[in-house]
Design a protein around this ligand. Structure first.
Ligand code: C2O
Ligand code: CU
Ligand code: CU
Length: 508
């Protein structure tokens, strides 16, 4: 009885709170974020879970197909939102593969313009990376292929066309790419996809009066919305049937950061970061993610007792008072979790997790310093014909990333995984050193990260490093590096290789 009452109270409360926010989810008074046109509050809806992408075995290669196409999504009651998606109106299916597997993805472009498909967090040959140098023209199919050679992690995929990434992602193009270890999912953790292992792809949008995504009103950070979508669901709730759930959190927003916490004040159990599991579960009060970052957290639940995953106000360390327009002062209800009255019990929490030790600091062969400025890195904007750095295959390097600017930025490095050594003058303790490929750098601070690069060499095809606030990236806050044999040199940049209107060809 109590729980039924709680649940009704919760829904009523949700509706009341939503009414205050115009389109939906709580936006704090005074938020500097562009506001959606007023409309009736959207009713709570069950969280959509993206389907697992089917695959075929093609000569031992696990083969997926993705098609990027325009569509229309019923995100708000009584409105159809024009969207782009990968076989879904918004978002894309979840790709899943295991370490050691050979994978191929046929990506077909049915959009009215050129796109790309980038596998964020993946160690792979540069020609398969899907950055600006692997364009897929309208009507073409691009078919990259590689071998998964990294541990279990929550990766994702999204377009990366130079200068247009924010628009393509904002219209709805992104999906998850889950990696398992060679022996399958970690069974000590909740691992039943959609049942107790839940994708939570968090984005934000502002809606116009006719229900379209607002692509016009941008702050200095880019497109920041007043309405949260999880897996493309506005006002989502999750009905839980197990006493422990694992949430795979991805900040897929163009510019907004989140500080995730439980509404009941209990800690989150952090088990994974961008590109791997932690050595052991870590109880933390909250988890902050900036665009592109991921975290895997466990929530222990009580029968019939709802809990809300919230985003709390954050200190992004902005110097110039621009935090409000980044949404940093907002409190957001991200996902309501409604546990059933009877829950399947959870096994004891594992004391250790399958964790790959970090790069060996003794193996460091180079230290680089990067300066993030106002839409620049090291005082320059992106030039697709310029190679900014040459990295020997398999190198371990320290990247010292200094944000010399007054606004928040982060840095994502392709084909690399590593651990944060220090951030804003604080050393990161070993227990918190999760595997990362995207790191936050607060204004006027320096983040030091130990990175291990992949072993695939190609002197002609660059990988990217960039701010993952997509507007900044599009404006040129990006550089290029090639991975070469030790002692090798960078060649001239090769671009548009093997992609044509008839497509289908894998190029090397
Ligand atoms: Cu998630 Cu270079 O991108
Ligand atoms: Cu990436
Ligand atoms: Cu930036």
């Amino acid at each position: 009885m109590t729980s039924a009452f709680d649940r009704r109270t919760l829904l009523v409360g949700l509706l009341a709170g939503a009414a205050l926010a115009g389109t939906g989810i709580a936006v704090s008074p005074g938020s500097g974020v562009p506001r959606s046109a007023p409309r009736p509050a959207p009713p709570p809806r069950p969280l959509a879970v993206p389907p697992l992408a089917p695959s075929t075995s093609d000569g031992g290669v696990r083969t997926f197909r993705l098609t990027a196409a325009p569509g229309s999504a019923a995100l708000l009651p009584g409105a159809a939102t024009p969207t782009w998606g990968y076989g879904l109106p918004f978002g894309g299916p979840t790709l899943r593969a295991a370490r050691g597997e050979r994978v191929r993805v046929h990506v077909t472009n049915r959009l009215p313009e050129t796109t790309t498909a980038h596998w964020h967090g993946m160690t792979l040959p540069a020609a398969a990376d899907g950055g600006p140098h692997q364009p897929i023209d309208p009507g073409a199919t691009w078919s990259p292929e590689w071998t998964v050679e990294q541990p279990a992690a929550t990766l994702w995929y999204h377009p990366h066309p130079h200068g247009a990434t924010e628009r393509h992602v904002h219209r709805g193009l992104s999906g998850l790419f889950l990696l398992d270890d060679a022996d399958g999912p970690v069974t000590a953790l909740p691992h039943r996809y959609g049942l107790d292992d839940i994708p939570v792809v968090v984005t934000d949008r502002t809606f116009t009066a006719d229900g379209a995504f607002d692509e016009e009103h941008r702050s200095a950070h880019g497109l920041v919305g007043d309405t949260v979508l999880v897996n493309g669901t506005v006002a989502p709730y999750l009905t839980a049937t197990t006493a422990r759930v694992r949430l795979r959190l991805l900040d897929a927003s163009p510019a907004r950061s989140y500080r995730f916490a439980r509404s009941d004040g209990r800690p989150l159990l952090l088990v994974g970061t961008d590109s791997g599991l932690l050595p052991a579960p870590l109880a933390v009060p909250d988890v902050q993610l900036t665009p592109g970052e991921r975290a895997e957290v466990l929530l222990d639940l009580e029968p019939g007792r709802p809990v809300v995953l919230r985003s709390l106000p954050q200190d992004l360390g902005a110097v110039s008072g621009t935090e409000r327009s980044a949404g940093a002062s907002d409190t957001l209800d991200v996902l309501r979790i409604l546990p059933a009255d009877v829950l399947e019990p959870a096994p004891p929490l594992p004391e250790v997790l399958p964790h790959e030790p970090g790069p060996d600091p003794a193996a460091v062969t180079a230290a680089r310093r990067l300066e993030l400025g106002d839409d620049t890195i090291d005082g320059r904007t992106m030039d697709t014909g310029r190679i900014d750095a040459v990295v020997p295959a398999g190198a371990v390097e320290v990247w010292e990333i200094a944000n010399t600017h007054t606004r928040p930025h982060n840095l994502h490095v392709h084909d690399a995984r590593g651990q944060v050594l220090s951030a804003a003058g604080r050393d990161v303790p070993a227990a918190e050193r999760g595997w990362k490929d995207t790191v936050y750098v607060a204004p006027r601070t320096t983040t030091r990260v130990l990175l291990r690069f992949g072993r695939h060499t190609d002197p002609h095809t660059p990988y990217m490093y960039h701010c993952h606030l997509l507007y900044h990236e599009d404006r040129g806050m990006m550089g290029q590096f090639v991975v070469v044999e030790p002692g090798g040199r960078a060649g001239p940049v090769r671009t548009r290789a093997g992609v044509g209107p008839h497509g289908g060809g894998h190029h090397g």
